[in-house]
Ligand binder design. Structure first.
Ligand SMILES: [Zn+2]
Length: 220
């Protein structure tokens, strides 16, 4: 190192060091742009139901990776049949597999199937309606697990501390534009592997004209 640089390095003041540290920390805390996705109707499968619907030992094929790390839309689809034999075909399977099968529909889908759905956080399916699922190799009579997923926001612990929220808290999502709406109850879901991302269903996205605006704000 040239001599004059050595002198400069030695003479950095405490204030200068603090300024450098501050700028590094601020950069690390900078929030990524808020991403809001509309989830089309879909289902998650457990191993047993995958085997029944697609054949023993079947493995899901990735159709398209989703924004949340490790999650994907599979190539596989099933047909869901409601209580009065009305059905929706091409219901997409999302991977990876889960412990319990769960179907997530918009209210519009539920009405066309003749199902009266509760709004639930993913995984909370006790006492929810069931349906018949039909795959290429078999049929599953799902006793419960059909829900309208509550609008929610995924975030990691650093993002949660930035917003000052905890697991299960409710936040507000203000959508601007021509069909401006504020969602008052956006459930916070914190996981170390998550990326900041709001999930709403297609009814919600259509109601607020999500595709029409970038003026979106997540508020505590
Ligand atoms: Zn989600």
């Amino acid at each position: 190192m040239p001599k004059d640089d050595t002198i400069r390095a030695a003479s950095i003041t405490r204030a200068e060091i603090e300024q450098i540290v501050r700028s590094v920390v601020t950069a690390q805390l900078a929030m990524p742009e808020l991403r809001v996705d509309a989830s089309a109707r879909h289902l998650h499968l457990c191993q047993e139901d995958l085997d029944t619907l697609f054949g023993k030992g079947h493995e899901l094929h990735v159709h398209r990776p989703l924004y949340q790390e490790g999650n994907y839309a599979a190539q596989e689809t099933v047909t869901i049949i409601g209580p009065r034999s009305r059905l929706i075909s091409n219901l997409r399977v999302l991977g990876p597999l889960r412990k319990k099968t769960q179907v997530e529909l918009a209210f519009t889908d539920a009405i066309s199937l003749g199902l009266d759905l509760p709004i639930r956080i993913s995984g909370d399916t006790a006492g929810t309606p069931g349906a018949l699922l039909m795959g290429p190799r078999g049929v599953v009579e799902l006793k419960e697990g059909v829900i309208r997923a509550a609008i929610h926001v995924h975030m990691n612990p650093a993002e949660a501390s930035h917003f000052g929220v905890r697991q299960g808290d409710m936040m507000k999502l203000r959508i601007g534009g021509a069909a401006a709406v504020t969602f008052e109850r956006v459930a916070v879901r914190i996981d170390p592997t998550s990326r900041l991302n709001v999930h709403m269903d297609t009814d919600e996205a259509n109601a607020c004209g999500l595709h029409l605006t970038k003026d979106i704000e997540l508020l505590k």
